[in-house]
Design a protein around this ligand. Structure first.
Ligand code: ATP
Ligand code: PRP
Length: 205
């Protein structure tokens, strides 16, 4: 039996066609049900659909053999106990610093609002910029507008959200896309099955 953890939301929409091309399908009744463990067209493959941030946790602990989530999430998780096997090239965006203007820095310590605490800390540490991270869980764009922070570190795609809130994209931290990750123990114990799924997905990217 193989268990695959999928991120719900925007990644799921783009994941299902990739899996279908590789030979794995989840019936609409399963997807629309309230079940958390879903059957697939294959008796030996089950799928769990969970929050993207929970995917590396399930895979790290072996509750799922494989998973699909954003690189932004993996950078925060640290990716212990799992291998990043494939860049799926879906849900592409950029992790960026944004602020009201280029001269966003006032005083010695930069206040940075973000849900990407690790990535933001690492980025400003590497620049030698002392900073105070203010952890938020959403609506980061609001923080500089209401004076909660000097800048934000967040996902940018079209740039529309920044623009709508009077912010400009400044420094590029990382290119983001969704990745296929594998539990390191499963990679040994279920090697043949996992390799054949990785190949089937890669072939159809
Ligand atoms: P959760 O619901 O778990 O809190 P979320 O609200 O960030 O997470 P989504 O907005 O569906 O969930 O984003 C999931 C992933 O898609 C992110 O981790 C990132 O990799 C990518 N992503 C986020 N925003 C965008 C965007 N605007 N364009 C493209 N990809 C994005
Ligand atoms: C993401 C991200 C930005 C926005 C960027 O939010 O947090 O706010 O997308 O995309 P853009 O550059 O194309 O405007 P999302 O739409 O996922 O909403 P959420 O943060 O509430 O999940």
């Amino acid at each position: 039996m193989l268990t695959i953890a999928l991120s719900k939301g925007r990644i799921l929409e783009q994941t299902l066609p990739l899996l279908k091309k590789a030979g794995l399908e989840i019936a609409a009744e399963e997807l629309n049900s309230r079940k958390l463990i879903l059957d697939t067209n294959l008796d030996d493959v089950k799928v769990v659909i969970i929050r993207g941030t929970d995917v590396p946790v399930f895979v790290q602990h072996g509750a799922a053999d494989m998973g699909i989530t954003g690189k932004d999430v993996l950078l925060e998780h640290g990716a212990n106990g799992l291998f990043e096997m494939l860049d799926l090239g879906i849900a592409k965006c950029r992790l960026m610093v944004a602020a009201k203007s280029e001269n966003y820095q006032q005083g010695n310590i930069l206040k940075v609002a973000t849900k990407y605490v690790k990535s933001a800390k690492k980025y400003f540490e590497q620049k030698g910029q002392p900073c105070e991270i203010i952890k938020l869980y959403g609506a980061m764009e609001l923080a500089p507008v209401v004076g909660l922070s000097h800048c934000i570190v967040d996902i940018v795609d079209t740039g529309n959200t920044l623009k709508a809130n009077g912010l400009i994209p400044l420094d590029h931290i990382e290119d983001i896309s969704s990745r296929l990750v594998i539990n390191s123990a499963s990679f040994k114990t279920k090697n043949a099955a996992i390799k054949s799924w990785v190949n089937a997905i890669e072939k159809n990217l």
